[in-house]
Ligand binder design. Structure first.
Ligand SMILES: [Zn+2]
Length: 186
């Protein structure tokens, strides 16, 4: 596919001269708006395969996946999504999660992030994603809107509540990294 090839060549050009031993470039799944590629995990798989000499990983965006046709709302859809992630890129390579609800409907191919629990994905499904054992190693970053003062705090508090049950059962006592795109709120 031309888009995959162009993307791989562009990545290679962008990384030329960079020392990638100290950091990893993450490819994010897209909502698939218009003619965009990247909304199927197969696309990310093919780009990564075409750049096997680069230190690439994946950033999983929940809102993008949902509007691209990965139905996170029920257990079956969630497990099919994780199966597809595992099969194509490997969940161990998902190093970051952009944790967003969606203002756009399922499979709409529209990119509109929304406040946690108030969008079309909803509170319970997002709680299942946050606590999913296959993502326990990943950093979670909110990209939710800031419409009113306190929105970041409220959204981050929701995410922290979702992962606190998981951490209660973690013998290492490790704390998942949770932050907003604007920086860590304490
Ligand atoms: Zn994102």
């Amino acid at each position: 596919m031309d888009g995959i090839r162009t993307c791989a060549e562009s990545l290679r050009a962008a990384c030329r001269g960079l020392d990638l031993s100290a950091f990893r470039v993450l490819l994010e799944n897209t909502a698939g708006q218009g003619a965009c590629i990247g909304h199927r995990f197969e696309h990310l798989r093919d780009i990564i395969a075409a750049c096997s000499d680069l230190n690439l990983g994946v950033c999983f965006d929940t809102a993008h996946a949902f509007t691209a046709g990965y139905d996170l709302r029920d257990e079956d859809g969630l497990s099919a999504t994780f199966d597809a992630l595992e099969r194509n890129v490997g969940t161990a390579n998902v190093r970051a999660v952009h944790f967003n609800d969606s203002k756009a409907d399922y499979n709409s191919r529209v990119d509109r992030h929304w406040h946690i629990g108030l969008g079309h994905i909803g509170r319970e499904p997002l709680a299942r994603v946050a606590a999913h054992p296959k993502l326990s190693h990943a950093a979670f970053i909110l990209e939710t809107p800031l419409d009113e003062i306190g929105d970041d705090e409220r959204n981050l508090a929701m995410l922290r509540a979702f992962v606190s049950d998981e951490q209660a059962g973690d013998p290492s006592g490790g704390e998942k990294s949770c932050s907003t795109s604007g920086g860590l709120l304490r």
